[in-house]
Design a protein around this ligand. Sequence first.
Ligand SMILES: CC(C)(COP(=O)(O)OP(=O)(O)OC[C@H]1O[C@@H](n2cnc3c(N)ncnc32)[C@H](O)[C@@H]1OP(=O)(O)O)[C@@H](O)C(=O)NCCC(=O)NCCS
Length: 148
Amino acid sequence: MLIREAYNQDIDQLVAIEELCYDQPWPREAFEEEIERDDDAGVGIVAEDEGLVVGFLTGMAVVDEFHLHNIAVHPDFRGRGIGRGLLEAAESLCNQKDFRRILLEVREDNEAARHLYLDLGFEAVGTRKDYYGPNQDAYMFIKHLGSK
Ligand SMILES: CC(C)(COP(=O)(O)OP(=O)(O)OC[C@H]1O[C@@H](n2cnc3c(N)ncnc32)[C@H](O)[C@@H]1OP(=O)(O)O)[C@@H](O)C(=O)NCCC(=O)NCCS
């Protein structure tokens, strides 16, 4: 399994995984915005197995924070440490850039993702009501980095 930066030519595969993973997938433009942008703010990381993308993580740097927008692993490849590997790669990138923290939202009923974040040292710091639609609240998670 190779964890590497995402490139423009990966976007088709990211969109395909996104559509497999979510009832309301993000459109292609959301991926283009993060991966194809000219400045340094967009972050895309993929997990590749035998030349195929099997998972991804995307987000955006906002000053000295990383806002994690999406992480997904192809259903056939879950439970093998790929989600963990993607998050660790993002954290390592954030540490290289001297970021202060990583922030994200997760659906209240997304047990797998909540466990993943807690396992990697994130803490729940609040909720956002109806963030994903009526009666679909989000937990806000944060991980403080380094000694800051
Ligand atoms: C959440 C997701 C990315 C996890 O990816 P994964 O590659 O299967 O996760 P890993 O194998 O790296 O698991 C790492 C840890 O996450 C937690 N975890 C993963 N799947 C879990 C599950 N089904 N139930 C409970 N905990 C789970 C565990 O703590 C696990 O550690 P362990 O293996 O030592 O028990 C994956 O389930 C997914 O793509 N879900 C659909 C998209 C999604 O909901 N993304 C999150 C949006 S906020």
